[in-house]
Design a protein around this ligand. Sequence first.
Ligand code: NDP
Length: 252
Amino acid sequence: MSTPLTGTTALVTGASGGIGAATALSLAAQGANVALVARRKDRLDELVGRIHSSGGVALAIEADITDRLQATAAVDQTVAAFNSLGILVNNAGIMLLGPADSAPVEEWDRMIAVNVQGLLYTTHAALPHLLSAAEGPRGTADIVNISSLAGRVPIAGSAVYSLTKHGVGAFSEALRQEVTGRHVRVALIEPGPVATELFTHIRPEILEAGKEAFANATLLQAEDIADTITHVVTRPARVVMSEVLIRPDGSQ
Ligand code: NDP
């Protein structure tokens, strides 16, 4: 059966859990060949198994995208396996919160390495392939960058996470202007809080301090964001959804 993304290859970074895994499943269900990139290969292998058993096509690629050579190799491996790359979902990210004055600077380094440098390395390696795919039968190619509500609205305690996501927004908009005439669409997705493992890396004392604020919050589900991403990349080639902010019901 032909589905909207039949014949299209998608690479999803951070596919070993949360939003990335849900997105990989959703794109595969629409017919895409999906390359799953993350460090935890066991989780990627399990997801490949799930996709294969639903009749989809997927490939697990173990890579740490903060290493430029590994990010480039992940793109190369995808193209070697599937002959093209039509959709890049830059989803891998970490969020380490807390006031700036007491923050371990290594936390800042890690966020900048994954959320900014990793995204840049992967995008740079993928761009020639995306530009080439945009000239193919689909008539378009997609870069989907996962930012955050924090990429729109900085909040005390998230200074450097907000910085990284504002950077993703700035890069996305400038890149969109550069490649739109060549039919590569660039979309920025800005989710509010989503129930994933993202929060598990935050220091316990910071989590404890924010407990009340989190306690009554409605959370989005990873599938809500995956649905949005799939919607964005399955629009007709003339339609560019360049920015989507997704809030849970009840959020201010
Ligand atoms: P998860 O922690 O569930 O997933 C993060 C993913 O990133 C994992 O698959 C992890 O894989 C991967 N990752 C982390 N570091 C690296 C690395 N160095 N190289 C390759 N992959 C890496 O979080 P979410 O699904 O929630 O997060 C996905 C994106 O959504 C992030 O960019 C996040 O900032 C954004 N976001 C999340 C929100 C939320 O509330 N959850 C809200 C707004 C935005 P592995 O550890 O196996 O390498």
